[in-house]
Design a protein around this ligand. Structure first.
Ligand code: COA
Length: 381
């Protein structure tokens, strides 16, 4: 995981909008969130998390076959944030694309990578959830700007003979609620009266109907976890940890009530990071591992919900594939060298393209000069 250093507390927010630490804490459970600095972006946070994930998996970037970045705050519409990260990593054998499923994006992306591996088309995938939500917030809207934060998390998935891994997934969508939680782009302003319009909400900023989203979230979490458990053929009692999308502590508590389990079964760190959208599940997973709450053989459930509307639940049996592998000599140092070479390669490729573009522009000018000289010669004759 990678989060920006700058912390924005509820008290800091009191100076920006009419709110209070007490209101935010009791209604959401959030105390503080991280804010991307001037030189930080979705790609830079995602890249940091990706490098750490490769380190943990003890793999080299050239061993990755596919990179998926789940994000609602991509660097560009295209090129994808995944392609930018692929280039910086030097993952020269990987395909790369961004996936848009809002706060459910990470679970969707893990399922896409899992199915590609299971189908045999690829052997490994890097799945990243990365966001700079604070750049799309309306800082005058106190009902949304208090909720979100920035960050990234990443995992590596790999084909393996060891039993376990992703056992089941349930992906769902209800586009009729699209305008309840949205970030319209420039084009959608023209669609005000169309079936696909977002009610004329300003482009580039987030809009949310909080109470409707709250009701939707509390309904789908329990429902989809039960469906994923059924598909995996296990019971809720077998699950040792649920890692939900971190949106609001009250949503997590309501989900625990609907599943008739203790709230402690749910991992929660919303207090320190707020809602980091597609990044929240991998960040919470990383912290759960660091707190020793995940062990090989454990059954875990992930559940995401958000814009689209989308929701997704997944059951995983945690497997540590590294145990089955031989020790790799000087792997961290070799990874550092490969990152340096990747940046060198990227710069050389850029310089070569600029040079070839320059010569292409100069050549026709030379041609024109020659034609002019011929004309002058003809006149002389
Ligand atoms: N500080 C102080 N007061 C605030 C406030 C803030 N930051 N935001 C809203 N209020 C006010 C409202 O204006 C309203 O005042 P009024 O009664 O005078 O009109 C009052 O608090 C209650 O607002 P309401 O929207 O009913 O509060 P709520 O208990 O539903 O909590 C959310 C609002 C946004 C925290 C809650 O609806 C929520 O968490 N929804 C889900 C959001 C979410 O998770 N989205 C992402 C999903 S991926």
């Amino acid at each position: 995981m990678a989060v920006p250093e700058t912390v924005l507390t509820n008290r800091d927010l009191e100076a920006i909008v009419e709110t209070s630490d007490e209101w935010i804490s009791t209604r959401t459970g959030i105390k503080e969130r991280r804010i991307a600095g001037e030189r930080e972006s979705t790609a830079s946070l995602g890249l940091k998390a990706a490098r750490k994930a490769l380190g943990v998996a003890n793999m080299f970037p050239t061993e990755i076959d596919l990179i998926i970045v789940a994000t609602s705050t991509p660097e560009n519409i295209f090129p994808s944030t995944a392609s930018l990260i692929q280039n910086s990593l030097g993952a020269t054998r990987a395909g790369a694309f961004d996936l848009s499923a809002a706060c459910s994006g990470f679970v969707y992306a893990v399922e896409m990578a899992t199915q590609s591996i299971k189908a045999g088309g690829i052997r490994s995938a890097l799945v990243i959830g990365a966001e700079t939500m604070t750049r799309v917030l309306d800082w005058q809207d106190r009902s949304t700007c208090i909720l979100f934060g920035d960050g990234a998390g990443a995992v590596v998935l790999k084909a393996s003979d060891i039993e376990g891994g992703v056992l089941s997934a349930v992906l769902r969508s209800d586009g009729s609620g699209g305008d309840l939680l949205c970030i319209p782009t420039v084009g959608s302003g023209d669609l005000r009266n169309s079936e696909f319009g977002m009610n004329g909400h300003a482009p580039g900023k987030m809009y949310m109907n909080g109470s409707e989203v709250f009701k939707f979230a509390t309904r789908v979490i329990g429902e989809s976890i039960n469906q994923a458990l059924d598909k995996a053929g296990i019971d809720i009692e077998d699950v040792s940890l649920i890692v939900p999308h971190q949106a609001n502590l009250r949503i997590i508590q309501a989900a625990a009530r609907s599943l008739k389990v203790e709230p402690e079964l749910f991992m929660s760190n919303v207090e320190r990071y707020g809602n980091t959208s597609a990044a929240s599940i991998p960040i919470a997973l990383c912290e759960a591992i660091a707190q020793d709450r995940v062990k090989p053989g454990d059954y875990l459930a992930f559940v995401g919900f958000g814009g689209g509307l989308t929701w997704a639940a997944m059951v995983v049996q945690w497997v540590d594939t590294r145990k089955a592998e031989s020790i790799r000599v000087l792997a961290p140092q070799r990874r550092q060298v490969s990152y340096f070479l990747a940046s060198l390669r990227a710069n050389v490729l850029k310089a070569t393209r600029t040079l070839s573009d320059l010569t292409r522009r100069i050549r026709p000018r030379r041609g024109r000069m020659l034609r002019l000289r011929d004309k002058v010669n003809q006149l002389d004759q």
